[in-house]
Every structure is written in C-alpha cells, then in structure tokens.
Design a protein around this ligand. Sequence first.
Ligand code: SER
Length: 315
Amino acid sequence: MSKTIVIGASGQIGSDLTLELRNRFGNDNVIASDIKNAADDVMSSGPFETLDVMDESGVAAVFKKHDISKVYLLAAMLSGSAEKNPKKAWDLNMKSLLSILDMAKEGLIKKVFWPSSIAVFGPTTPKQNTPQLTIMEPSTVYGISKLAGERWCEYYFNKYGVDVRGVRYPGLISYKTEAGGGTTDYAVEIFYEAIRAGKYECFLTEDTLLPMMFMPDAIRATIDLVEAPAEKVKIRSSYNLSGISFDPETLAAEIKKHIPDFSISYKPDFRQQIAESWPGSIDDSEARADWGWKHEYDLAKMTDIMLKEIKKKLS
Ligand code: SER
C-alpha cells in the first residue's frame, strides 16, 4: 500500500488528520512528522519523524526512507502570528510549498494536499456567500501567501501535471489540539474558558460574522478530496468549503444553553481588522458538485460535543 505523510502532525489539523488517516489506511501506512512532538495518541499510534519542513534534503530523505506517495503539507504560520513576523511567515509558507511541489514534479511523490484559507479573500471581496471565483485582494501576509500558493498549485498542475489538491478552510473548531496564532481561534478558546472560568474575553466584536467548521467535517472534506478520482477534481488551486457561519454573540448564546452562567465580554485587538477583511459566509457549490462535499455539523451539534470533550479533557 502506498504510504502517506502528514507534515505538521502536531498542529490543530494535523493531529486529527493523522489519526483519521491511520484509522482508514492502517497505522503503519501513515507517517506523522513535525518539528516538535505531537499529541500522545499521534506519537503512540504509528511512525513519527522529527522534521523541519524547511530542510529540503531532510524532507526528501524521509520521503525515500518510507517510500511516501501522498503528502499532506500542513506546516504553516497562521494569520495573527504572520502579521507579527511577515517575512518569516512568507518564507515558511511559500518555500515549504514550492519545495514539495518540486519533489512531486520530479516524481519523488505522487500526490500533494495543500491547505488554502478564507484568508485569500480581502476587503474588496463580496462578503456574503463568497463565490469560488471573485475579487481577491487579501490584506494579510498570510492571505497573500495563500493566494500565491494557490496560483503555484494550479501552475504546477497545468505545466507539470503535478496532482495537487486543496481547500480554502474556514475557521476550524476542534478539541484535540488547540489552534495557535489564528484570527478564528476565539471560537476554540471560548470553550476552554467557558469550562475553566465561566467567562471569556473575546478579541473580536460580538457581531463579527465568520465562516467556521467543526474539525470532523474538515477532516472528511480533506480526505474525500484527496481520494476523489482525478477527473472529478476540476479546480487545482483550491476549493471553497463551507460549514457554519456565526458571530461571537451567537456562539456565546449557544454555550449559555449548556452553561447558563457563562458570560462574554469583548475587547477587540489587531485581529478585528483581519476578521473584517474576510467573508461572512462561503459558497462552496463547486466542491458539492465536483466531488460530493456536504457538511454535517451545525452549531448546536458542534457546541454539545466541544463542551463534553473539553470537560473530559480538563478533568
Ligand atoms: N483559521 C485561520 C486563521 O485564523 C484562517 O485560515 O488564521
């Protein structure tokens, strides 16, 4: 069986993705890798390689050692952190992608998944039901790197036949590994603080509407796209993907149904401006038509599971 590697397996998406891939394809067929150790269940359930994605020869050596054919490249710096360190973020987000695309072009690996983001959109993009093809003038370095990355993916597909696939993730909500450095992270932090302290100070205003998704949906979308027959994958830059849209006030009201004393206050910081430049909701009809995508979790279902699982984790 062909082997898969997840680069960035210690991150928010990588940890959940590695476990689900191991479930489906067998523990030994899915290599986890990251610059730092991953969650215990990722470390103990299958092979792990300590790897700096910027070390090209190290990456190539690991690909050869394990006879890797599929690569999920998840190592990246998110929007908030990237604004504090723009050049470093550009370097990490772009160089890692180009080096993996080159390895695919040379035939060392067969398939690449690379995540894009709603951050490819900007203040001039239509905000509601944002279409796949629209005005894209991102104002963050993270968004600029994602938009450039999308163009490179399509270029490598058209010019060299590289089988690269991607989705524009909305804000992702999960309980296994906490997010780090993103603008949508409030929607994860809020659950931890609701349980720990019964209150949360939000870094976005109450009416900041953003597209979001519960992690199991995101993982299913990712694997479905990668496993879809090539002829169904008509977009090689990155697919729009939509789950649930809500603002902090709506999420807080849903949490209050479970924790009646929960209170939220608002103290917007620099991330408010980033959030305001992004869409409120996404039109993902291409993903639905091309490879059969459909989200499953709504706000109520997600909130219920998040609170239950985080309570378990913290006790
Ligand atoms: N969730 C990411 C962020 O907030 C967007 O892709 O940076």
